[in-house]
Each structure stands twice: as C-alpha cells, then as structure tokens.
Design a protein around this ligand. Structure first.
Ligand code: 13P
Length: 247
C-alpha cells in the first residue's frame, strides 16, 4: 500500500517572517496525519526551514538541484549541499524550470539520477501544455518526459516520486478533473510497470490548482497517491485541509 504524500511547492514565495508564521501554524494544526507531508522551499530558506521543521513530522524538500556533483557551476546548488540542510526531497523538472530555464528531458533525467545517488528522493514533474493537450498529444508528451528519466535511472526508478502536473492547470484555477488526472496517472503507472517490477511502490502525485475543495476527489483515484500543491500550500488552513482530506 502506497502511503500518500502531500507536498507543498512554495515556488519563489516567502520571507523569514512569513515562513516562520506559516510553519508554526502548520505544526500547530497538522496533528498526526495519515499521509506524509513535505515542504519544498526556496533554497535561500532551507536552513531556516530545516531548523523550524527539525524533529517534526513534516519533511523538507528543495525545488531544484544541479545535475553536477561539485565545481565551477556559478549559482548552482549541489545535492550534497541540500543534504546538509536535511532535504529529503527535491523537485526535478518542474514545468517552470523546463519553460523558463530551458531544462531538457535529458537534464531532468540527470538531475533525478544525481539526487538518487545522493539519497535524495527526486519528485520528477511531467505534464503537457494546453496546446499539446488540445492537439491530442498528452500521452505522447508525458511518456517522452518519463522515458528519459527511466532510461537514465534503470532499476532505481522505483525510488522516485512522480508528479503529473498539466501545465494548463498550474496556477490557473483550472484543475484537471479527477477522471482526466486518473487517466494520465494510469498511463504513467503502466509505463513504470513496464520498466520496473517495483512500480506499484512509486507514488504518483497530481499537481495543478489542487485545493481544499477538489483534493478529496482527486486523492480518491486509484493511481493518485498524493498532491503537489503550489498556491494553496502558502495558506496554512488550506494546506492543512488538503492534508486532512487524505484518508
Ligand atoms: P498551483 O497549485 O498553484 O496550481 O501550482 C501547482 C504546482 O506547480 C506545484 O508544483
């Protein structure tokens, strides 16, 4: 049985003051959730969030990592650095990284490989744009994105978390319906099964305008094992009610 994972992606939001208020509210309200919970915070705040979350049941994650191990890569952050601040997870290949920072499928695959080799669980993001969906290319796109990660990671693929985030649903208030999301998750699960006998262990998260009102229905789908939440993870009551909707 896969334990569900609810992960917040703060994106480029927060401040020392706001982070402390948000994390303290989450810790006060989270109780003993039936799912795992993680926060993927901006790199600049890893140290602060590490000390605020230390010893709590909420895990820490980063939003990106270098595909290189160490060296002359100005501005980059390595897996070893993330580990020093207690990061258990790292987002890899978020659509905003693919779109604005031109990350290719092969770079995303290398980042996932580097994270796995360092003992960090990559949360690999895949998803189609609106134009790709309207052209009937959703399956082809997500399968291509996942294939690169499978190819680079071999049997280690069972250690990843995969997030399906349709680009058209991110930050738009337009959520994929539970059926639309489940349909793509089933395709991804089948692809993982063809690659690994351990594919049933892999958590598949849905992301894209998930909120307190739609979470329960999405999370009830057979192949939806959690959520990757942007906007609603910045408001403690909203994020807490998404966590509470897991059963
Ligand atoms: P929203 O929940 O704000 O749509 O963002 C989703 C996302 O991109 C999480 O990684």
């Amino acid at each position: 049985m896969r334990k569900k994972l609810i992960a917040g992606n703060w994106k480029m939001n927060g401040s020392l003051v706001a982070n402390e208020i948000l994390i303290k509210s989450l810790l006060a309200g989270v109780g003993t959730p039936v799912c795992q919970v993680a926060l993927c915070v901006p790199a600049a705040y890893l140290a602060q969030c590490h000390s605020l979350l230390n010893g709590s049941g909420i895990d820490l994650g980063a939003q990106d990592v270098s595909q290189h191990e160490v060296g002359a890569f100005t501005g980059e952050i390595s897996c070893a650095m993330l580990k020093e601040f207690g990061a258990r997870y790292c987002l890899v290949g978020h659509s905003e990284r693919r779109q604005y920072h031109f990350e290719t499928d092969s770079v995303v695959a290398l980042k996932a490989q580097r994270a796995l080799a360092s003992g960090i669980t990559p949360i690999v993001c895949v998803g189609e744009t609106l134009a790709e969906r309207e052209a009937g290319r959703t399956e082809e796109v997500v399968k291509r994105q996942l294939a690169a990660v499978i190819h680079a990671n071999g049997h280690c693929i069972s250690e990843i978390v995969l997030a399906y985030e349709p680009v058209w649903a991110i930050g738009t208030g337009k959520t994929a319906s539970a059926e639309q999301a489940q349909q793509v998750h089933a395709v991804l699960r089948a692809q993982l099964k063809a690659a690994s006998s351990q594919a049933d262990r892999i958590r598949l998260l849905y992301g894209g305008s998930m909120n307190a009102a739609n979470a329960a229905q999405l999370l009830a789908q057979a192949d939806i094992d959690g959520g990757l939440i942007g906007g609603a993870s910045l408001k403690a009551p909203d994020f807490l009610s998404i966590i509470a909707s897991v059963n």
